[in-house]
Design a protein around this ligand. Structure first.
Ligand code: ZN
Length: 263
């Protein structure tokens, strides 16, 4: 089997936790969430069959997509072709219409997404609001359920000390987007990779603190003339396995480069 899906219940929210065979081996999975018939994110191409079964079983009427990445928007083309209304930003849709080439290891872990060709029917969402929160990607948005003060945060949070990043990420913009999330004062937060995050406000505050402090420390080392490798060692604890597995596409060196590029 290419992928499996586990269903977990959190009151009004159902978590669809999907993992591919390769993903299980390296310890990475992703979740979509269903709340009152609306599914936030669509999983990855390898999970298409198990996801479609869940869509039927759970009577999903509508999907919302947090950003274009293949582990979140990997089944938008299939859902749209089946006539499922999908709410997504215009820039996300433009990206999905000609899915950009993604690195080999990403295709191995998640599968190769197909480009979106069907017309997208955009639904009206009564209670859920999408809020643009760029940084992880320029098109990233979170989904906010004001009736239960619940945030579906996609890849905005990802853990307090997430410092292995893609070359396209902007950590300064991530801090700004985290402040937007903080201002909502959420009671609950569902992260696409970490699941339900306990004590949401505390977790967001700790991330804003850690990220702001670390950015300042990296800036100081750049000012002092240190090279990237030295800064990764001194401030970021050295590279981890992800840098090796991804051929450097996800790395802590990218964090330092982002500071040089964006500060
Ligand atoms: Zn992502």
């Amino acid at each position: 089997m290419l992928a499996s899906l586990r269903v977990e219940h959190y009151g009004d929210v159902t978590r669809l936790r999907m993992v591919s065979a390769v993903g299980r081996a390296i310890g990475i999975d992703v979740s979509a969430y269903v709340v009152r018939g609306v599914m936030v994110d669509t999983g990855f191409a390898h999970a298409r069959d198990v996801l479609l079964r869940a869509v039927q079983t759970l009577d999903v009427r509508t999907a919302v997509v947090t950003h274009w990445h293949e582990d979140h928007a990997g089944n938008v083309a299939t859902l749209a072709a089946l006539g499922v209304p999908v709410l997504l930003r215009a820039d996300t849709e433009a990206t999905l219409r000609s899915f950009p080439p993604i690195e080999l290891y990403r295709r191995v872990v998640w599968g190769s997404p197909t480009s979106l060709t069907a017309a997208v029917r955009r639904p009206e969402l009564d209670e859920l609001v999408c809020i643009h929160t760029p940084g992880h990607s320029t098109d990233h948005q979170i989904v906010w359920d004001a009736s239960t003060r619940t945030a579906f945060t996609g890849d905005l949070w990802l853990g307090v000390r997430a410092r292995t990043v893609h070359a396209t990420e902007n950590p300064y913009t991530i801090v700004e987007s985290l402040r937007v999330l903080r201002a909502l004062d959420p009671d609950r937060m569902f992260d696409a990779h970490r699941g339900l995050v306990a004590r949401a406000i505390n977790a967001i505050d700790r991330k804003i603190d850690w990220l702001s402090t670390t950015l300042a420390e990296v800036e100081a080392r750049i000012q002092a003339g240190d090279d990237d490798a030295a800064i990764v060692r001194r401030i970021l604890g050295g590279e981890d396995l992800a840098a090796v597995l991804s051929g450097g596409h996800y790395s802590r060196r990218n964090f330092v480069r982002a500071v040089r590029r964006c500060r």
